[in-house]
Design a binder for this molecule. Sequence first.
Ligand SMILES: Cc1ncc(COP(=O)(O)O)c(C=O)c1O
Length: 429
Amino acid sequence: MSQTNAELQSRKDAATPRGVGVMCDFYAARAENAELWDIEGHRFIDFAAGIAVCNTGHRHPKIVAAIRDQLDRFTHTAYQVVPYASYVELAEKINARAPGDYPKKTAFFTTGAEAVENAIKIARAATGRPGVIAFNGAFHGRTLLGMALTGKVVPYKSGFGPFPSDVFHVPFPNPLHGVTTADSLKALESLFKADIDPKRVAAIIFEPVQGEGGFYPAPAEFVRALRKLCNAHGILLIADEVQTGFARTGKLFAMHHYDVVPDLMTMAKSLAGGMPLSGVVGRADVMDAAAPGGLGGTYAGNPLALAAAHAVLDIIDEEQLCERANALGDRLKAKLDELRRDVPQLAEVRGPGAMVAAEFLKPGSTEPDAEFAKRVQTRALERGLLLLVCGVYSNVVRFLFPLTIQDTVFDEALAILGDVLKESVEVAA
Ligand SMILES: Cc1ncc(COP(=O)(O)O)c(C=O)c1O
């Protein structure tokens, strides 16, 4: 007899640790573009896309073909032992397309956390300084340095310390929760007075749109001020584009929305459409600061993942996915804005392009309503729509549908979302 979800669930609980928290109690059998089927044949519309990894959808035929073709040639040589052209060629493409008209270099790794760690290593090597500044609500990964940089304790940091030192946090601008750009800049000033001399700071790392923290876009004047501060003190500015990259925000990189450029930028997730690949791009002189052998990893720049990444860049261009992100994001935002009349908990709809979030507060207050967000997520899942919750208060629903989603499937999802939001109000009343 074939396996059931329930059977696998009890085997999972016995065989794997609870620390690997799992959202769904059903098991994937197959997926195609924006749809996913479990082992019992239930269908789901996937508005999670593997946490922002499948901007080009599940199993895009061009990505599948590129991986197959590479599979027939070789799967692993370790780039640091026997190099291959696809690594160099992808670096050239990223160098040409990342923001900044200065000479650039790119190194590839495997996970987002690794890209972040390496960006910090490079910044420290280039400046000879130890300090790193990150922001409250930031998420930079689950490695020790990634956790140290992450600005949310539960569940990411609980019980895992001590963390690497010389990492500092200041508030990220968040008007809905009463933090202005001026407040954040003042906190930086006070950090330089109370905790660390700016001349000992190697880098400031920020997300152009905070991802796990709640889809809060960094205000343009804030990013400009960070650039100015970095210039004044010889600090490197690192944009963490792990979640924002590859057309999600309506531009190839979210930093393209700003009139300032970072010195280093991290990327991962949708870079390789479902294959594990990450990278750091930056000023050539900065990238060259680490000595030979200081960067890399056994699997860093895996050939199958690189083949997929080349296909991803082609698909983004050919299918005009930046334009599509804007069009779909606008439709979703219009639908949510319309629903605000009937859903008093829906306090804010925001986000550039298709990096859209809906934040829920208790009606008539500024108190986060995590329960409402959870209810929307649970009811949507019962109706076959996979949604993710995020935010420091877990009161934000984020929408990460593949940008290749068919219009009919997108419309179906919007209809479910409308029903579910209205039903959730009735339950709350
Ligand atoms: C902005 C950002 N940085 C880093 C990471 C860590 O990436 P990974 O989970 O691939 O290590 C994430 C993951 O969500 C992220 O959103």
